[in-house]
Ligand binder design. Structure first.
Ligand code: OGA
Ligand code: MN
Length: 221
């Protein structure tokens, strides 16, 4: 679809425009944004239903790093993931919504976001993701990270919080509650998923800039 068609589609997410505005302002002012009940109810519900009927066999252990450096390192992370490719109605609607956000951010923040990739994550009891950044300066084209949580009724004792490091000694702790959406600059904010005590579901996604050069198409799509 062309940007113009997406701009039209964005109208169907007009209820999300105040949220897009908040995210844009927060990212500009402080590099991150935390929003509760962020998505349209119908979209959230369809993602949750899809997540629940998806067979856990579709998930594979997540790796660390890119391409040649990619490896499975269960000391760093122990979640399982399933990439979202738009095969399902829920996945498709999610990608349309994130595209509307992308178009909004590009016209208000001039980030030049070019593509988006995302996956469901499952953290089984005991799973975690140690402190990391989603992109290394100059090495990756991931610009903006998004995490959406799919866990109704998360309790303080359930663990599995996301810790966002604003600086070495200043971090915020976020409960992975149903409908909470966290956005942050991929290169700027180290973060960590604390060990969870119950099954924890989320979608993690990244907006990327176009890192293509003459001899390399990156991102590939
Ligand atoms: C990630 C990540 C955070 C979360 O997948 O890179 O940091 O809270 N996820 O699931
Ligand atoms: Mn991360």
């Amino acid at each position: 679809m062309t940007e113009l068609v997406y701009l039209k589609k964005q109208e169907s997410f007009s209820g999300s425009i105040p949220l897009f505005e908040t995210i844009a302002g927060d990212i500009r002012d402080k590099g991150y944004s935390i929003n509760f009940n962020a998505l349209p109810d119908a979209l959230m519900e369809s993602l949750w239903l899809h997540m629940n009927k998806m067979n856990l066999e579709k998930f594979s252990p997540a790796g660390v790093g890119r391409k040649n450096n990619y490896n499975l390192n269960t000391f760093i992370r122990s979640d399982e993931i399933c990439w979202i490719n738009g095969d399902s109605d829920a996945g498709k609607a999610w990608l349309e919504w994130t595209k509307a956000l992308q178009v909004y951010l590009n016209s208000h923040l001039f980030l030049g976001l070019f593509s988006f990739e995302s996956h469901f994550s499952h953290y089984a009891p005991g799973a975690f993701y140690k402190k990391h950044v989603d992109a290394f300066k100059g090495e990756s084209n991931r610009v903006l990270s998004m995490v959406l949580y799919l866990n109704p009724g998360w309790l303080p004792d359930d663990g599995g919080e996301l810790e966002l490091y604003l600086s070495d000694d200043d971090k915020i702790r976020i409960t992975p509650s149903y409908g909470t959406l966290v956005s942050f600059l991929s290169e700027e904010l180290p973060h960590e998923v604390l060990s969870t005590k119950r099954d924890r579901y989320s979608i993690a996604g990244w907006f990327r800039v176009n890192g293509s050069t003459l001899d390399k198409v990156d991102p590939p799509s």
